[in-house]
Design a protein around this ligand. Structure first.
Ligand code: SAM
Length: 289
């Protein structure tokens, strides 16, 4: 390129740069004017995804952020978030890291707990535990290595059959989010007393994530789906339901992410605060005309 052309191109580049630098940055979005809270919570989920990179799981952050948002609107200062089935610990580490960010953004304290045998899967009892997929000892944990990666999260080791009743007896802060990843039907049944707890230990709606319900040989008659169906049959006032159409409510970039179909919500219909205003639909903007 002749020198004069090169100089002209340089000048043009500098002009564009000056122009861009003078461009006022757009005013930050005022979420309080939105009709629904999804935009605000999604923005937080995306911000955390960018900040934490590979160490985060957006489905955990989404469930935890919705739980903390509900607690904030009910004036509840502290919540518990739980991973059932920890194995190597990447999920618990993700929950641990994101809890700091959600706590800072929404001003609700968050206790993070992970339940696991510490020694991998127990022995499947029968066909409902899908022994075609799982074997005893699958997903072992290196406890010392995992403890070194955890900050606030606490590991509760042992069979959930034993540890969950003791945990509930300790009167934790209300449970806001549970990731079910115990793989076995029998273990999921053993964990579900969490959702039978005294309402003081639960938010009126508990965000849930069910890891093992899509593809493979999962069906309504085995694994986590069967445990949930039996729970719903046995509890007229406690129901675990999919969040229908969740893909339309998560950040756009996750519309086709598999985890969206694994988002559930436990409805504690006998919770004294089930009907309290939860901030999801912004009241001042309600205009049905
Ligand atoms: C698939 S792994 C969990 C993976 C982990 N959530 C993650 O995303 O990295 C399943 C875990 O559930 C645990 N588990 C299954 N049944 C259990 C039970 N009855 N009590 C305690 N832990 C159990 C196993 O020890 C195993 O580590």
């Amino acid at each position: 390129m002749p020198n004069s052309l090169f100089r002209r191109a340089l000048r043009k580049g500098a002009r564009t740069l000056r122009h861009l630098m003078q461009e006022p940055s757009p005013a930050p979005h005022d979420f309080s004017q939105d009709r629904f809270a999804y935009g605000q919570i999604n923005a937080l989920v995306e911000q955390i995804a960018e900040r934490l990179g590979a160490e985060q799981r957006s489905h955990y952050t989404w469930g935890m952020a919705h739980g903390a948002y509900l607690a904030q609107h009910l004036g509840i200062e502290r919540i518990t978030v739980i991973e059932l089935g920890v194995a190597g610990g990447n999920g618990l580490v993700a929950l641990d890291r994101a809890a700091v960010e959600v706590e800072r953004a929404l001003g609700v304290g968050i206790d993070v707990l992970g339940f696991d045998t510490g020694a991998g899967l127990p022995k499947p009892y029968d066909a409902r535990d899908l022994p075609n997929l799982w074997s005893p000892g699958d997903f072992p944990m290196d406890e010392a290595a995992l403890q070194r990666r955890l900050h606030r999260a606490r590991l509760i080791l042992g069979l959930v059959e034993d540890t969950i009743p003791r945990f509930l007896a300790s009167r934790p802060a209300p449970i806001a989010f549970i990731s079910f990843d115990l793989d076995l039907y029998s273990s999921t049944v053993a964990a579900l007393p969490l959702l039978e707890a005294d309402p003081a230990l639960l938010l009126p709606r508990v965000q849930c994530y069910l890891d093992d319900i899509l593809g493979f040989t999962f069906a309504e008659f085995n694994g986590e789906r069967l445990a949930i169906a039996e729970f719903n049959d046995a509890h007229p006032q406690r129901k675990i339901s999919p969040i229908f159409g969740a893909r339309f409510y998560v950040p756009r970039r996750y519309t086709n992410a598999i985890w969206v179909d694994k988002l559930y919500m436990a409805h504690i219909l006998d919770h004294p605060r089930y009907g309290d205003y939860d901030g999801l639909v912004r009241r001042p903007r309600m205009d049905l005309s």
